[in-house]
Write a protein that binds this ligand. Structure first.
Ligand SMILES: [Zn+2]
Length: 261
């Protein structure tokens, strides 16, 4: 980590930022009855009814254009509960919005991710994804690449699913990888399956997760990352803990997904 990989956080802008993850009494800003306020504040970028793309009202990052895709009109719903058809429609919408951001000049990078739950860095529990245009920063996929390989859960002509042998942080990471030219959206079922799998993974203790999107010239990928606080080994010393049982977890996911092991 060096200055090149850091981005300035304007903490003063966050003073009035609502947090429904830690404070359940705060009014949800993404529910149907608050949508007129979003429109009134001129934050709406694309409205598709149940799902919509908006500017972040509390953009804390400097040199960035922060936007959100509100995924559903129902609080409490998530990728674990959407119908497969709805999840596919949602991913199409997300990538459509991403394409529009990529066409916009002035971003060095457009990043796509999702925070879910207390340990994911999420502040609003109503399910949403984030599209952020970075004006000054880039990242190097080569630094991520190693974490895409590991015990195989599934592979066919369209998609492959792995458990990271060497995860980026210190815990387990699941990867869904598909060819760029593939139009089948088979990856959606796997992203959903992995999120649903978290209900039994390590006895369902990890309810927070991130989704992170990457792409190369040939492939697209989504990392599903169950989250917990990072250890002092990592934060204090930069030493990563690498789980021993990745093979076993890959087999467990196979079983969970209905694949025979
Ligand atoms: Zn809500």
């Amino acid at each position: 980590m060096n200055e090149k990989n850091s981005i300035k956080l304007n903490t003063a802008r966050g003073r009035n930022k609502p947090n429904t993850v830690v404070n359940k009494n705060v009014t949800c800003p993404f529910c149907t009855d608050t949508k007129p306020l979003i429109i009134q504040d001129k934050l709406m970028l694309e409205d598709r009814g149940k799902m919509f793309w908006i500017e972040n009202k509390f953009p804390l990052l400097e040199e960035a254009y922060q936007t959100l895709i509100v995924e559903t009109d129902k609080c409490g719903e998530s990728f674990a509960t959407y119908s497969l058809e709805y999840a596919k429609e949602l991913f199409s919408f997300i990538f459509e919005c991403r394409d529009k951001m990529l066409e916009t000049k002035g971003f060095k990078e457009v990043i796509l991710f999702k925070n879910h739950g207390h340990y994911s860095d999420s502040s609003i529990s109503h399910s949403h994804s984030q599209l952020v245009g970075l004006k000054e920063n880039t990242y190097d996929y080569k630094e991520i690449e190693d974490s895409m390989t590991g015990p195989l859960v599934y592979k066919d002509n369209n998609v492959r699913v792995t458990v990271s042998k060497v995860p980026r942080a210190e815990f387990f990471e699941f990867n869904v990888i598909w060819k760029r030219q593939n139009q089948t959206q088979d990856y959606v079922k796997w992203v959903q399956t992995l999120i649903q799998y978290l209900s039994v993974f390590k006895k369902g203790r990890f309810t927070s997760y991130n989704l992170v999107f990457h792409e190369t010239d040939e492939e697209c990928m989504i990392k599903v990352i169950p989250r917990k606080p990072n250890s002092v080994y990592y934060i204090g010393f930069g030493i990563r803990q690498t789980p021993r049982d990745t093979e076993q977890i890959a087999n467990e996911i196979k079983k969970f997904s209905g694949l025979s092991v």
